[in-house]
Design a binder for this molecule. Structure first.
Ligand code: PCA
Length: 212
C-alpha cells in the first residue's frame, strides 16, 4: 500500500485556528483508494517548517507529499502550480522572523513546479462538488517557503510533492463577510487530491489559467 503524507500548519498571526491543522487531524490514518494517509504538523516558522517536513518524510517514507496551508480570501481548494525561490514575509512568522527579499535556497533555481497531477485533482474535486481551481502563486510567506524547500529537497527522488491552499472554515469568519468552506468539505477535497495523486501518473490537459 502506498503512503500519502499530508501536512498542516499551526495557527499563525495571533489566530486560534488553522484549518489545515484541523483537516490534517481528521485525515490521520485514513485509508483511501490505493493507499493510506499519514500526517504531520508544521510550525509556521522559516527553516523549522522545512525541517519538520523533511523529518516526517524521513520517518514515514511517503510516495506522495501534500503540503496544506490556509489562504484567507480563497473561495475554493487551490492546488498550487509553482514554488518560487524568494521569501518576502508580509508579517513576522511564529518565531518573529521576518525575511524580506532573500532566497529560500541560495543559488537554487528560480522556481519548482509541483510534481502532482494538479489539473486532475481540480477536475476530480469539481466532479465531487468541491469548489476548486488552480492557483499560480503560493505567495511569499512560509507556505511558499516550505513548498520550495521541500521541492528542492525531493528534486532527485521519485517522491511526488506539491502544495494545496485551502480557504478559512466558517468558525474563522468572524465578520460574516469572509469566504469560507465547511471543514468536512475541505477534508473530502483533500482525500480526493490524495487519491488522485496516487492514481494519476500523467496530468490531464484542461484549462487552469487565469487573468491573475
Ligand atoms: N498559511 C500561510 C503560512 C501558514 C498557513 O497556513 C501562508 O500562506 O504562507
Amino acid at each position: 500500500m502506498k503512503t500519502v503524507l499530508i501536512t498542516g500548519f499551526e495557527p499563525f498571526a495571533g489566530a486560534a485556528i488553522n484549518p489545515s491543522l484541523e483537516a490534517v487531524q481528521q485525515l490521520e490514518g485514513r485509508e483511501i483508494s490505493g493507499g493510506i494517509i499519514r500526517t504531520a504538523i508544521v510550525p509556521v516558522v522559516h527553516q523549522k517548517s522545512i525541517d519538520a517536513v523533511l523529518k516526517a518524510i524521513d520517518e514515514i517514507k511517503p510516495d506522495i507529499v501534500l503540503l496544506i496551508g490556509q489562504a484567507a480570501g480563497r473561495t475554493g481548494i487551490t492546488p498550487e502550480r509553482i514554488a518560487i525561490n524568494i521569501d518576502d514575509f508580509r508579517i513576522p512568522d511564529n518565531d518573529s522572523i521576518q525575511v524580506i527579499d532573500e532566497p529560500v535556497i541560495e543559488d537554487g533555481p528560480a522556481a519548482y513546479f509541483a510534481s502532482l497531477p494538479i489539473k486532475a485533482m481540480v477536475k476530480a474535486m469539481g466532479e465531487a462538488g468541491v469548489v476548486s481551481s488552480i492557483s499560480n502563486t503560493a505567495g511569499t510567506f512560509v507556505c511558499n517557503h516550505l513548498f520550495y524547500g521541500v521541492m528542492h529537497a525531493l528534486r532527485e527522488t521519485a517522491v511526488k510533492a506539491g502544495f494545496i491552499h485551502i480557504p478559512l472554515i466558517p468558525a474563522q469568519n468572524i465578520t460574516g463577510e469572509q469566504a469560507s468552506m465547511p471543514l468536512e468539505c475541505i477534508v473530502r477535497g483533500l482525500e480526493i487530491c490524495a487519491a488522485t495523486a496516487l492514481s494519476i501518473e500523467d496530468d490531464v490537459v484542461i484549462v487552469g489559467g487565469q487573468i491573475a
